[in-house]
Design a protein around this ligand. Structure first.
Ligand code: NAP
Ligand code: HSE
Length: 438
């Protein structure tokens, strides 16, 4: 069994989320790595050693000296989740000098100092992975860098700050107060240590810098991004936009123009009919237009412990595959090594759980609906919604439409068989599965 020992810099929202995943999902992660690699966090740096942590760890592995972690010869890989661009930069440079690859969620650092850091990493033959730096849990870096590599990217546009989108969404509610909503976003772990980065668009500009660099193959140029935040948007602006058929969204937009590139971050009126307008709360969405694929869109939670740590752990897995696995196992064709595939059965459709839309023609007589609902109840089915109207096909019938609760498909099939055999029901019952997918 190979051991990969991690050093964590930071054990706050994202650091705690990363430790939680590595604790709760470790066996699945190790299975993805072929079953012969184990991952262990062996050293963690924080600022305040006395603070209570979301995840319990042995106090002996904690330090308030981040450089001790990157200089620890037993640490194979450094995971930087402290934030900031001074100490974090020194730590990452030291880790690289020490021959260790780095995973980071620090978009400020990548956007402002990435050019030099990638140069240093290339010289030392190590990697810097930063999927978590843009759009939280959405694997947009991978999509742009690998999935769309056959295209010339024409433009990238999206909602790339979860806090800002959460604020704009909440501000639509009557009586919402900007300061209170921001405080909630901070409590939920969405906001930056200095939330002016979120509300003044700086965080989105960091992310746009990174997206533009990968999309167009240009250097990271944070200082060239035109940046406007959402702090001047009032509830009244949101209401007027709504009346005119728009949502106000804070967008990052990177365009390939004839004689260069345009990079900008600002509030934008987006027509309600456009998908981006329906991205609410902490959710992010990034649209990428490639010359061959056309417009594509990537959606998911843009901030918070679980989503961000999901991207951090994916990077850890990628780097372990690249550095510790034989060439053939680096990216297994099916995601897991062949000897790690599970033999669990694929369930028949009769075993699925779903809500159902049922439509039938029922005799328009007293007691029929009671009989219908009693039959459903016998098969463990509750009615969530019932609609009845005169049938357009037979004056003696009513059309009855029912939405059920979540039930097993075999129960619905049996109920339908019973109902169709009843005198009160005319013809076949129409059944459509209701998919909420939330
Ligand atoms: P956080 O909750 O404030 O955690 C920061 C952690 O770093 C804390 O554990 C803190 O220690 C430690 N730390 C800070 N300065 C330190 C120092 N000088 N020495 C030692 N430890 C230090 O921040 P976060 O939300 O997890 O964000 C971490 C990074 O991820 C940032 O770069 C952020 O931009 C990025 N990010 C965050 C999210 C998100 O949704 N939160 C999403 C994507 C990317 P104490 O706990 O003792 O204070
Ligand atoms: N503060 C950032 C946001 C965290 O709200 O989007 C995720 O990068």
């Amino acid at each position: 069994m190979k051991q990969v020992k991690l050093g964590l810099l930071g054990f706050g929202t994202v650091g705690g989320g990363t430790a939680t995943i590595l604790k709760n999902t470790l066996s699945e992660i190790e299975r993805r790595l072929g079953g012969d690699v184990s991952i262990q966090i062996i050293h963690i740096a924080v600022r305040d050693l006395n603070r209570k942590r979301a995840v319990e760890v042995d106090g002996a592995i904690m330090t308030d000296q981040p450089l001790d972690v990157v200089n620890n010869p037993d640490v194979d890989m450094v995971v930087e989740l402290m934030g900031g661009t001074t100490l974090a930069k020194t730590c990452i440079e030291t880790a690289i000098e020490n021959g260790k690859s780095v995973v980071t969620a620090n978009k400020a650092l990548i956007a402002e100092h990435g050019n030099e850091l990638f140069e240093l990493a290339a010289q030392k033959g190590v990697s810097i992975a930063y999927e978590a730096a843009v759009a939280g849990g959405i694997p947009i870096i991978k999509a742009l860098r690998e999935g769309l590599a056959g295209n010339q990217i024409e433009w990238v546009a999206g909602i790339i700050n979860g806090t800002g989108n959460y604020i704009l969404t909440e501000m639509k509610k009557p009586g919402a107060d900007f300061a209170k909503v921001l405080k909630t976003a901070q409590e939920l772990g969405y906001a930056e240590a200095d939330p002016t980065f979120d509300v003044e668009g700086i965080d989105a500009a960091h992310k746009l810098t990174i997206l533009a660099s990968i999309a167009f193959g240009i250097e990271l140029q944070f200082e060239r991004v035109y940046t406007e935040g959402i702090s001047q948007i009032t509830a009244e602006d949101i209401r007027f936009a709504d009346q005119l058929g728009y949502e106000i969204k804070h967008l990052g937009i990177a365009n390939r123009a004839e004689d260069g590139f345009s990079l900008r971050v600002h509030p934008t009126l987006v027509p309600k009919s456009v998908l981006l307008a329906q991205v609410n709360g902490v959710m992010n969405a990034v649209m990428v237009n490639g010359d061959h694929v056309g417009p594509t869109m990537y959606y998911g939670p843009g901030a918070g412990a679980g989503p961000t740590a999901s991207a951090v752990v994916a990077d850890i897995i990628d780097l372990i595959r690249a550095e510790h696995q034989p060439q053939a196992d680096r990216v297994p064709g099916l995601g897991f090594a062949l000897n790690q595939l599970e033999s669990a059965p694929v369930l028949p459709i009769s075993e699925i759980n779903s809500a159902y839309y049922l439509r039938c023609f029922a005799k328009d007589n007293a007691g029929v609906l009671a009989e219908l609902s009693a039959t459903l109840a016998e098969h463990h089915i509750n009615i969530e919604l019932l609609h009845q109207e005169p049938s357009s096909q037979n004056p003696d019938d009513a059309t009855v439409v029912i939405i059920t609760n979540q039930v097993k498909e075999s129960d619905v099939d049996q109920a339908i068989q019973t109902l169709e055999a009843m005198d009160a029901i005319d013809g076949k019952i129409m059944r459509i599965r209701v998919g909420a997918l939330d």
